[in-house]
Design a protein around this ligand. Structure first.
Ligand code: ZN
Length: 408
């Protein structure tokens, strides 16, 4: 495809998104007004699925065993790559749309409207995949296990980044932490705490030893690793030796391989704590393990170019450090080249998961930025359909990720 043709398609995509701006903002706004937590996004997933159907997309829902997941598909004129845009729409317990996922929902519809205008002139398949429960539920991991991403060649997303706009363009930009969510239940033996404590086994002591053991481990872990936990049950009465005590921990590390090692160390500490206190311990995953993000830098560079093309101000961001957060998009990034377009919803810095994000996610500026970043994402999808070299570079980097970037 020559540059004139591609420029013409860019124009059509931008015009379609502009024309449907009120509808796109309407969807983001309705979802903002009706926050639903992970796996319960009944209203949001239905609204999106219906809106995508109205745009001529073929919608499968439920998907991968999840009621609130869906896939909307539009095929091009012939065989070619499959590009997927991922839409999240879950709210946070207690703080509504404190992560702005209503805007991500709107971006899925916007991208569908944009690409929908031009797919009949492109080879390949465009998909919007509705992915529930990003906040702690690991919805994308469940969809991966169900085979939903088989056949996808590249995955794109948007996510607000406070006051900053840009994509990942060079390592370690856009990387984050892998996390495993561990639930511990210590079982002991009840006894009267004063009458016959020698007959009891104290499960709370098991939990306390788990904490102190992990604290001793901290000196010996890599700088970017994080281990943090809470006690969720510590006994029922002070005059009874606790026979059951529970704790939850998140173990985070810079990459999946080191996370596995660290998780094994924490599990051994729990076994040691049980041995010391003559209790037993059960360890379960509270939710699916999220891998670190391996952003596609070739696609990220194209994404930033498109952000500039649509008039967004790309900020000079610090890309020298791994982001101290985790996402189930990381697991997708281990499967296929994936990248997020980060966009500003505020002119000044704001904390994540906060009331400020709730407010900015339904502000005039937030919605203006939503339209722009969605257009940039749609143009990046267009690049992937029309520039085989770009997709080739992304696939090559993806195949050699460990060799290129890990252990540096
Ligand atoms: Zn989020």
């Amino acid at each position: 495809m020559d540059t004139t043709q591609r420029e013409e398609l860019r124009g059509k995509i931008g015009a379609a998104i502009d024309e449907h701006a009120p509808g796109i903002i309407g969807v983001a706004d309705q979802i903002h007004k009706r926050p639903e937590v992970g796996f319960r996004e009944v209203f949001a997933s239905r609204l999106l699925a219906d809106s995508l159907r109205a745009q001529g997309f073929e919608v499968e829902k439920p998907l991968g065993g999840l009621e609130t997941a869906f896939r909307a598909t539009k095929r091009g004129r012939g065989p070619g790559p499959t590009v997927a845009v991922l839409a999240e729409y879950d709210a946070l317990p207690g703080i509504d749309h404190g992560c702005g996922h209503n805007l991500i929902a709107g971006s899925g519809l916007a991208a569908a409207i944009g690409l929908g205008q031009v797919m009949d002139q492109l080879d390949g398949t465009f998909q919007i995949i509705g992915t529930p429960a990003e906040e702690g539920g690991g919805g994308k991991v469940i969809l991966i296990d169900a085979g939903v991403f088989a056949g996808v060649d590249a995955a794109l997303m948007v996510h607000h980044a406070g006051h900053q706009t840009g994509s990942a363009t060079a390592y370690p930009g856009g990387t984050c932490l892998a996390v495993s969510h561990l639930d511990f239940v210590f079982h002991g033996k009840p006894a009267h705490a004063a009458g016959d404590p020698y007959n009891g086994a104290n499960a709370l002591n098991g939990v306390i030893k788990l904490f102190t053991g992990i604290d001793a481990l901290r000196q010996h872990i890599r700088t970017d690793a994080r281990i943090h936990g809470i006690i969720t049950h510590g006994g029922d009465a002070a005059n009874v030796v606790p026979h059951r005590a529970e704790a939850k921990f998140f173990v985070r590390a810079g990459d999946r391989a080191y996370l596995d090692q660290l998780e094994q160390k924490v599990r051994r500490i729990a076994q040691g704590a049980a041995l010391m206190t003559e209790t037993t311990v059960e360890i379960d995953y509270g939710s699916p393990t999220c891998y670190d993000m391996r952003p596609s830098y070739p696609i990220g560079r194209a994404y930033e170019e498109n952000m500039r093309r649509v008039g967004m101000t790309v900020n000079a961001r610090d890309q020298r450090e791994r982001g101290p957060y985790s996402t189930d998009f990381g697991n997708v990034s281990y499967l296929v080249p994936s990248v997020t377009g980060s966009f500003a919803i505020s002119h000044t810095p704001i904390p994540g998961h906060s009331q400020q994000v709730v407010d900015a996610s339904c502000s005039e500026f937030g919605y203006e930025q939503l339209l722009k970043v969605s257009t940039a994402m749609a143009l990046t999808a267009l690049d992937l359909f029309t520039d085989a070299e770009l997709l080739g570079q992304a696939k090559d980097e993806h195949a050699r990720w460990s060799e290129l970037y890990e252990g540096r």
